[in-house]
Design a protein around this ligand. Structure first.
Ligand SMILES: [Cu+2]
Length: 319
């Protein structure tokens, strides 16, 4: 390595340029050590936000923020519920495959594992949300102490591979590349981006929607719109309305009348709706539910998954 005293000015200039380009490219520059190396390596506490949302809950973010965190053995991470949409923090056991969300599986719904992560077993936070009306027994936070070095990926079992995070655990005493303040700054930036993405999708949904086509939620796998667009429509007796889940990751339902015990199963005859109970069952992303309205009246409906966030609508049928 060349001594700094003998470095050619041009080399210094190039290095300077490389450093400033790197600082622009990396959201958080590795060169800025905000947390000094701690000689006594006392354990630190860290916080990760689970989900994010707009103030009216219409836009929900499917992210752990920060999604990558660098900590040392002995440190503790607390995940905090940051949205009305439900999520989990789930570390799979070695060799275990991520299963689809099953709202009746207690291993997905409730806390599993101790408060210290062993590096290879199944750990689960249980359902997390920042509100209590989700229909699930939800917790607001989940803490784990990390005692083994390694790179550990975790998922939200509700949203699958679209929502994952990684914990990088290094030996006690290792310098931290980022401080909690730097992570928080990045988190706020990403939260704003998710809301902007959601608003753009909302705008696009308004363009696609008509009196006979309702967008039943949409998402880009990171930002989800939890609204029917348009949430109020007017049609005539004998008309057919198509409800379309325009998203890529999140399921929804279109449910008239009483919410069925199993919201995943279809109820009623959509080819001849005259009031009462009718439900699409689980509408996967990209699917449609078509209803023919054969009676005048005002028919309110909900998304049985997201009604508590305001995902509700009404069809007025005129004679
Ligand atoms: Cu929904």
């Amino acid at each position: 390595m060349t001594s700094p005293l003998t470095t050619h000015p041009m080399t210094r200039l190039v290095r300077g340029l490389v450093a400033s380009v790197a600082a622009l490219v990396l959201p958080l520059s590795l060169s800025s050590f905000a947390v000094a190396g701690d000689e006594e390596s006392s354990p630190e506490s860290w916080t990760i936000q689970v989900g994010s949302e707009s103030p009216d809950q219409a836009i929900q973010g499917m992210s752990f923020l920060p999604s990558n965190i660098y900590i040392n053995t002995g440190d503790t991470i607390t995940w905090e519920a940051n949205s009305a949409e439900i999520h989990t923090v789930t570390f799979l056991a070695r060799g275990q495959k991520l299963q689809p969300f099953n709202p009746f599986n207690p291993k997905q719904l409730s806390r599993q594992g101790s408060s210290a992560y062993d590096g290879h077993s199944y750990y689960n936070s249980g359902i997390m949300a920042n509100v209590s009306n989700t229909g699930f027994k939800a917790v607001e936070d989940y803490a784990l102490k990390f005692t083994h070095t390694g790179t550990f990926t975790y998922y939200c079992v509700v949203h699958g591979t679209a929502m994952k995070g990684t914990v990088h655990v290094r030996a006690a005493g290792t310098d931290y590349p980022y401080s909690q303040d730097q992570y928080d700054h990045q988190t706020r930036k990403q939260e704003r981006k998710i809301v902007r993405d959601g608003e753009e999708q909302w705008e696009a949904a308004r363009d696609q929607a008509s009196n006979h086509q309702v967008i039943a939620g949409t998402d880009n796998e990171t930002a989800m719109l939890m609204r029917f667009v348009h949430h109020e429509i007017v049609v005539h007796v004998g008309d057919t309305v198509t409800f379309r889940n325009a998203g890529m990751g999140a399921p929804h339902t279109v449910t008239f009348g009483h919410e069925p015990a199993n919201i995943f199963a279809p109820v009623g005859n959509p080819k001849n709706f005259t009031g009462g109970n009718l439900s699409s069952g689980l509408m996967e992303p990209g699917t449609k539910f078509t209803v023919t309205f054969n009676k005048a009246g005002e028919f309110a409906y909900i998304c049985a998954l997201h009604d508590y966030m305001g995902m509700i609508g009404e069809v007025e049928v005129r004679s």
